[in-house]
Every structure is written in C-alpha cells, then in structure tokens.
Design a protein around this ligand. Structure first.
Ligand code: 13P
Ligand code: SF4
Length: 312
C-alpha cells in the first residue's frame, strides 16, 4: 500500500466514489468478508449475472474473478465494467482455451455444447447455452434427450449433472483447483468427530467427496440449506469465503470448513483473494482496469448467455 492509501478511510472513500461514479459494487460469496460488506449486492454466479444485467448504474465494479466480470459486460455491454485485479482468473476458465474447445466441438458436430459460466467469453461464443452450478441440471434437462450433450469445462459438475439427469454427457477434462483439493481422509476424521453434522458440498468437488454429501448445491443453495435446516452443525466443502455470509444467516450454527489435502484448515481461492479493499478503491478512483471485449465476440457470447437467462 502506498503512503497516501495508508492514511485513507478506505470504506468511506469507496462509498463516496461509488456515488460519484454512479457505480454498483457486485461481489461473489467467495470474496473476503470485508469486500462482501462493502458490496451493494453479493451473490452466486447466476445471481451476479442477473444483477449485472438489470443494473442501471453506469459502472459495474466486479469483485469476483475475471470470467464473472466479463459475463457482466456480455449481458450489459453499455456499462463500464471495472475489476480490482485483472489477474484474478480461474483454473476452470484457464484450462479450456477457445481453440481447443472449438476443435473438440468440431469433432461432435451434432452435439449441443453446454458451457459452465466459469469459462472465457471466447468459449461462451462457441457454446450453445451457458449454465451455472445452480441451474446446470435445469439447462441440460431443457435439451431434448435424443441430442448428445458436450459439457465443459468442469468434469466434476458435468459428472454430477449426468447423474442427476441420467444422461450420458461428454465431459471436458477440467477441474477447479480449490474444489479438487478436499481430502477424503480428513473429511472422514471430521465425520467421526462431528457425527451429527451435515456434510454439504459444491458440485465442483470430486465424486468421492460428493458421495459423502448430505446436500450438494451452488453457493447460494448451500447458504439457503444451512439457514433453513434443523441441523446444528455443518461441514462446508467449498471455498471458505462463503462462511462469512453463512455465519450471518445462521449465527447459532456450527460451521466447519471442509479440510483440504495438507495441513491447511480451510480452502481459499487464490484468485478471489487477489481482490482487496485497496484495489477496489483504486479501480473506482481510476475507473481502471476495465473489461474490454471485441464487439463481435461479445455479441456471439451474449446469445448462449441469454438462452440461459431466459430459462429463469
Ligand atoms: P457458484 O455458481 O456457486 O457461484 O460457483 C462459482 C464458482 O466459481 C465455484 O467455484
Ligand atoms: Fe475458479 Fe475454483 Fe476459484 Fe471458483 S473457486 S473461481 S472455480 S478457481
């Protein structure tokens, strides 16, 4: 932090700049609690895409990872979309380059390509329809059963959707570096320690972890489950940023972070952690860095996004 930043009341400055710039701050549940508390809207990736589409603010400041900000630009191209840190990527998006995706698609010309929102605008542009973790089952069910479905880039979510829909999906071999790290051995130990705790997991987790889960859902669904369940303790197998909102919604419940391999107590997405209040302040002050997309690509990527949003 530079000297003048160190003396600023960042929270107050962010609030002031948001008004001055007519900006809305959108944050994902995986952001640090401090950033979530500064946001105008906090949500999962579907809710954030919907919020980006309906906002009338001139500037969308997106505290999440890059594909989320890019998605905001796709669904609301007239807005200025700024991010705190352009390096906040995602292992799923990085593991599915558009040229390789195009070649894969071309090998299955009659198939319908469903892409998880955790992919680049270039991959979205090559897809028939987008899904998020909260609507992936519904999106696949909207496709006639006699059509072959390609699912990219998360093979764990894809496998889960294949099971739920009883369909044979062709899966891209990608995974999330955070959700593939949960340790079955350490989870077993926790289950013995807390026999009454419900195990809840994001569908990006590996199959052996999902098999242990009492409930599987997107970040928003996991939050609703904890708030409405009569259980008193939960082992939470997703990125630990979610615990901030979970504690607010269920203050009396015991929340146990799902254990990753190694010795860490909880799982953090290193990309999400790149965003800080200092960088949010600078992004608002300078209106930079912005998300810029090629016009043609943006329009092509909008079509499969709108198909998903039309499903509700
Ligand atoms: P959600 O769809 O639950 O927001 O998940 C986004 C994500 O990046 C999970 O790792
Ligand atoms: Fe991507 Fe995983 Fe981070 Fe979600 S938690 S943004 S899928 S790397």
């Amino acid at each position: 932090m530079t000297a003048d930043l160190a003396t600023l009341d960042l929270d107050a400055e962010i609030l002031r700049l948001k008004q001055e710039r007519n900006a809305v701050l959108l944050a994902h549940y995986y952001q640090d609690g401090e950033l979530q508390d500064l946001a105008d809207f906090v949500g999962d990736s579907l809710q954030l895409a919907q919020a980006a589409k309906r906002t009338e603010a001139e500037v969308i400041l997106f505290a999440g990872v890059y594909f989320m900000a890019e998605t905001a630009k796709i669904v609301n191209p007239d807005r200025v979309v700024v991010v705190p840190d352009l390096d906040a990527g995602c292992s799923l998006a990085d593991g599915c380059p558009a040229d390789r995706f195009r070649t894969w698609r071309a090998r299955h010309p009659d198939a319908v390509a469903v892409s998880y929102i955790n992919c680049s605008a270039a991959v979205k542009a090559e897809s028939d329809i987008i899904c998020t973790s909260s609507n992936a089952v519904r999106v696949v069910e909207s496709i006639p059963r006699d059509r072959q479905v390609l699912f990219a880039p998360d093979r764990n979510l894809g496998r889960y959707v294949a099971q739920r829909t009883r369909r044979d999906l062709l899966l891209w071999p990608g995974s999330c570096v955070v959700h593939e790290r949960f340790s079955l051995q350490r989870l077993t130990a926790l289950e013995h320690q807390h026999p009454k705790a419900k195990v809840i997991a994001h569908p990006e987790c590996e199959a052996p972890i999902l098999e242990r889960a009492d409930f599987i859902g997107s970040t928003a669904a996991l939050l609703d489950y904890v708030a409405s369940s009569s259980a008193e303790a939960f082992v939470v197998l997703t990125e630990s940023g979610i615990l901030h909102e979970m504690r607010k919604r269920a203050p009396a419940k015991t929340l146990i972070p799902g254990p990753p391999n190694g010795h860490c107590a909880c799982s953090e997405c290193e990309y999400m952690r790149l965003n800080t209040p200092e960088k949010v302040y600078l992004a608002l002050r300078d209106l930079a860095p912005t998300v810029e997309l090629d016009q043609v690509l943006q329009e092509r990527a909008r079509v499969p996004m709108e198909r998903m949003l039309a499903l509700g």
